[in-house]
Ligand binder design. Structure first.
Ligand code: SAM
Length: 276
């Protein structure tokens, strides 16, 4: 499956940064610090870099950063953002292939990308994940580190307050997210060691606007997460009606509090890492 089949990044690229924020930066830094080379001497690849938010935030910590992105509009947003940064190289490319020579990088990160690659959890088909991890292993130097930021099945259901409003779309997208245990298994089978995972509980992918009680009524808000692109027009109309009613009747605050209680327990993202 081509990733753009369900997420219209060519349309949403310009607004992407209003609705998404790079979470877990300290986790990524901590993982890459596990490599013997000092951070300032490392060359890092951000594969599926989107608008380049992780590269921008981490740029001054590393020697060189490369960004690989499949969508031209997302790449062009990254280019605008990073045009003043001489240690950054950006290019077009389609994962799971990683078009670099072997042993090119000290570190490699995939932030919220793996669910776009055509894995099918319901059929136990994880070919794209296996290929991706093999490619990561190939392009990493010995002792290099891979960090894969994704969401667990439970996070998809309980980590996003509005997921409860669109359960069919959530179940549909959950099939595209390989379970965390499967990612760990594939890392191990490919030859990675020192595998682990970390869940940041204090951050949300959407940043400050996340708890907007009217958020789902706005297209820009919905465009911030690919799950919404799987909601049919009919379902969306029903959701909009429900959200309006909750706001008018004053029940939205309690609803958000209940959903937040779950999110604080489970988080939204899981960082899985391993060393070559
Ligand atoms: C949810 S966004 C994450 C962007 C960025 N990593 C971040 O966390 O801010 C997913 C990104 O993966 C890109 N993508 C999807 N399929 C891809 C593929 N096959 N190869 C490279 N990039 C891909 C999309 O175009 C989009 O920019």
């Amino acid at each position: 499956m081509n990733s753009s089949e369900y997420e219209k990044y060519h349309e949403t690229a310009a607004n992407y940064d209003q609705t998404r924020t790079p979470v877990g930066l300290e986790i990524v830094l901590g993982c890459f610090a596990g490599s013997p080379q000092p951070l300032s001497a490392q060359t890092i690849l951000d594969a599926g870099c989107g608008t380049g938010s992780y590269i921008k935030a981490l740029n001054d910590k590393f020697g060189y950063l490369h960004g690989l992105e499949f969508n031209e509009n997302m790449l062009s947003e990254a280019q605008k953002k990073l045009k003043e940064t001489p240690n950054v190289r950006l290019g077009l490319g389609e994962l799971p292939d990683i078009p670099y020579d072997e042993q090119s990088f000290h570190g490699l990160m995939f932030n919220q990308v793996v669910h776009h690659l055509g894995n099918d959890n319901s059929k136990e088909e994880f070919g794209p994940l296996r290929k991706l991890v093999q490619e990561a292993h190939r392009v990493l130097r010995p002792d290099g580190v891979v960090v894969l930021n994704t969401s667990s099945q439970r996070q998809l259901r309980d980590g996003f307050w509005w997921a409860d409003l669109i359960p069919e779309a959530v179940e549909s997208i959950a099939r595209r997210f390989p379970p965390i245990e499967k990612i760990e298994e594939v890392l191990q089978a490919t030859g990675f060691h020192s595998i682990g995972k970390i869940v940041p509980l204090h951050e949300v992918l959407q940043g400050q606007g996340y708890l907007d009680p009217q958020g789902p009524l706005k297209k820009t808000y919905r465009d911030g997460d690919s799950t919404w692109s799987l909601v049919s027009d009919e379902q969306l109309n029903a959701v909009l009606k429900r959200v309006r009613a909750m706001n008018e009747q004053g029940t939205m605050t309690t609803y958000l509090e209940q959903r937040e209680e779950l999110r604080r327990d489970v988080g939204q993202a899981t960082f899985v890492f391993g060393s070559k």
